[in-house]
Design a protein around this ligand. Structure first.
Ligand SMILES: Cc1ncc(COP(=O)(O)O)c(C=O)c1O
Length: 370
């Protein structure tokens, strides 16, 4: 690595260009470029097999998929969610006229704290929308139990959880629906893209109507649909990405293991505990900088890295509840979200991507410890 080269938090892996060109030639030949074409159908089927799920609907991006997931289940009123996520989680609620109610998170996995959900339920609550942050699986047993007791739906924002399994089973089968993002920054990308996963065939049908303006057939519109469709160019690209996903994960794991060796037991640096019985996708490498022990704030470490051309990211700072659009909500006060507030001040995600070489990881590790 030369001194000038900038290292970003992630770098997308692209499919083999020659192989993609061949698929593009087929698309040019057929003139079928969108609206549930052959590549779209094939990609949905292959993703279902690969992810071990029953039904999946492709989308142009994860945000539209979240919006349609809420619409498909007719969610209204209030939804309990986490402030420790990307802002699209809560924006999808707002776009459906739903009020987000923020719940604090766990220290150990950064996910919604299920023990704090019940106290936030009101007569207007219709659903819980947790996020598997960094691909760490939520405590589904506890969340589903609360949902069953109070008659609530569960929609998982699984944007970070492509391919994640717990006890050998896909966590995408949890809850009523799970939503994936295939954005360029994710471990599996189709440039932009996303999907909704469901166990229910009828629900998939409704989702497919809604993502196509609500059209059930040429003359029937079943509701307030939107244009959320993935096109053929992205579906073909995605089919090729599937072939290399497992080797991508292996490469990311190697980087994660190396960071762990470099940063383990270092004063003032807390690592993301590997979740038990979980097959991870190693999408992110978050560390917590505990300034009282390390003698440096997270922002000082962040700047120190930047000066060395290493662009780590403070995911998720600021909390969603701190943005002007949401900070007026009763549930948004920092005093109600002490753990999330603390973690947002400490977190730093270090670069992880398949092509990151060992020498660079060593350099990043050393720079964090400067
Ligand atoms: C947790 C989370 N939810 C939703 C999204 C939105 O996905 P997209 O960018 O595909 O719209 C993202 C990332 O982009 C995310 O990280």
């Amino acid at each position: 690595m030369t001194k000038q080269q900038k290292i970003y938090v992630t770098q997308p892996s692209l499919p083999d260009l020659q192989a993609y060109t061949k698929l593009l030639e087929q698309i040019w030949e057929s003139k079928r470029i969108t609206n549930n074409g052959d590549f779209h159908k094939q990609f949905e089927a292959e993703l279902c097999d690969f992810l071990k799920v029953n039904h999946l609907s492709l989308f142009a991006n994860g945000t539209l998929a979240l919006m349609v997931a809420l619409k498909a289940l007719r969610i209204t009123g209030e939804v309990i969610t986490t402030p420790y996520s990307f802002v699209a989680t809560t924006h999808a609620l707002h776009w459906n006229g739903i009020k987000p109610v923020f719940c604090d998170i766990n220290e150990h996995d950064f996910n919604i704290n299920p023990d704090k959900i019940e106290a936030l339920i009101t007569p207007k609550t219709t659903a819980i929308m947790p996020v598997h942050v960094y691909g760490n699986p939520c405590n589904n047993d506890k969340i589903q139990k609360i949902a069953d007791t109070y008659g609530l739906k569960v929609i998982y924002d699984a944007a970070h959880a492509f391919g994640v399994e717990k006890n050998g089973e896909s966590i995408l089968n949890w809850g009523d629906l799970s939503v994936l993002s295939f954005h360029a920054t994710k471990s599996f990308n189709t440039v932009e893209g996303g999907a909704i996963v469901t166990k229910d065939e009828k629900l998939k049908e409704r989702i497919d109507f809604l993502k196509n303006f609500g059209f059930a057939n040429e003359v029937t519109v079943v509701g307030y649909g939107i244009n959320g469709k993935m096109n053929e160019l992205m579906a073909a690209y995605g089919l090729l990405q599937l072939k290399t996903f497992n080797s991508e994960v292996t490469k990311r794991k190697r980087i994660t293991d190396l960071y762990n060796r470099l940063l383990k037991d270092k004063k003032g640096i807390k690592l993301n505990a590997t979740p038990e019985n979980t097959t991870s996708n190693y999408s992110y490498y978050p560390v917590l900088i505990e300034s009282e022990k390390s003698g440096k704030t997270r922002d000082e470490v962040y700047e120190q890295l930047k000066q060395n051309n290493i662009y780590a990211r403070r995911y998720f700072y600021p909390l969603i509840s701190q943005f002007p659009a949401y900070r007026g909500l009763p549930s948004a006060g920092d005093d109600r979200l002490p753990v999330a507030t603390k973690i947002a001040q400490q977190v730093l995600c270090l670069p992880v991507y398949a092509e990151l070489d060992e020498e660079t990881v060593q350099k990043i590790g050393k720079t964090v410890l400067l």
